[in-house]
Design a protein around this ligand. Structure first.
Ligand code: FES
Length: 220
C-alpha cells in the first residue's frame, strides 16, 4: 500500500499550502501570490509536477514495462498504473513524476460493460477508462497488489469504487468518485485528451481551475 500524503487526512497538501499562504499574508500583509504555478513559495509548478495534461502519453508506472507506453493489449479489467509523460522545455520526453499524485489507474472492459455515470466520450471506444489513482478520502494510492478484476479498493480505510461506473463510491469513507481522465488513441499510444474532469484529491473547484490555467499558461 502506498500513501502519498500526510498521515493525518485532515492535513492535506492543499491545506498546508493554504495555511502557508495565510501565514504569509498575515506576516507580510500583502497578497503577493496570484497562482499556485506562479510566485507561490511553497509549490512551484515545474513540468514534472504538472497534472496529466492533454497530449501526454500514458506510460507504465512500475513493473517490467516501467516507463514504456501503455498498449491496448496491456489492459484488462485489472488495474494498470500509469504516469503521464509530457515533454521538457527542449521537447524531450518527461515523465511527470514530480507529483506522486499524478499516477492514474487504467482499465479495459468489454463493450457494454461501462455505464453511467462514466463519461463515455472521455473513454476509448467505451472500453478503456482512466481515473486518478489517488483516493479521495485521504490520498492513498488505490492500486495495491490485491486488486481484483473489475474492482477498486483502497487499502487504507477500505474505500471502494466502481471503475465500470464512473469510479463512483460503493463502500467506505471516500466522499466522492475518483476523477476521470479523458483519453484517446494516437497511433498505438494512449494519450491524455483533457484534464481530469473533476478536481483530484486535495483540490477545491477553484484550486483546480487555477491549476489548469497555470498549466495552460506555462505551456502556451
Ligand atoms: S485513503 Fe481512506 S479509504 Fe482511501
Amino acid at each position: 500500500m502506498t500513501r502519498y500524503r500526510k498521515e493525518d487526512p485532515e492535513i492535506t497538501r492543499r491545506k498546508f499550502v493554504t495555511t502557508a499562504l495565510g501565514a504569509s499574508a498575515a506576516v507580510g500583509g500583502l497578497a503577493l501570490i496570484s497562482t499556485l504555478g506562479g510566485a507561490n513559495p511553497v509549490f512551484r509548478l515545474t513540468r514534472d509536477k504538472m497534472p496529466p495534461t492533454p497530449g501526454d502519453i500514458l506510460v507504465h508506472a512500475g513493473g517490467d514495462k516501467d516507463g514504456q507506453p501503455v498498449q491496448v493489449a496491456d489492459l484488462s479489467e485489472k488495474l494498470v498504473r500509469a504516469w503521464p509523460m509530457g515533454k521538457d522545455a527542449d521537447g524531450n520526453p518527461l515523465i511527470r513524476k514530480g507529483d506522486p499524485n499524478n499516477v492514474v489507474a487504467m482499465y479495459k472492459f468489454q463493450a457494454g460493460q461501462i455505464g453511467a455515470p462514466t463519461n463515455i466520450p472521455a473513454t476509448i471506444d467505451g472500453q478503456i477508462v482512466v481515473y486518478s489513482d489517488i483516493c479521495m478520502h485521504a490520498g492513498c494510492s488505490v492500486s495495491d497488489d490485491d486488486q481484483k478484476a473489475g474492482q477498486m479498493k483502497c487499502p487504507c480505510h477500505s474505500g471502494q469504487y466502481d471503475p465500470m461506473h464512473g469510479a463512483k463510491v460503493t463502500g467506505g469513507p471516500p466522499p466522492g468518485p475518483l476523477p476521470q481522465l479523458p483519453v484517446k488513441m494516437d497511433g498505438d499510444k494512449i494519450v491524455v485528451s483533457g484534464f481530469f474532469l473533476t478536481p483530484p484529491y486535495g483540490f477545491t473547484e477553484s484550486d483546480w481551475e487555477a491549476r489548469k490555467k497555470a498549466v495552460e499558461d506555462a505551456l502556451g
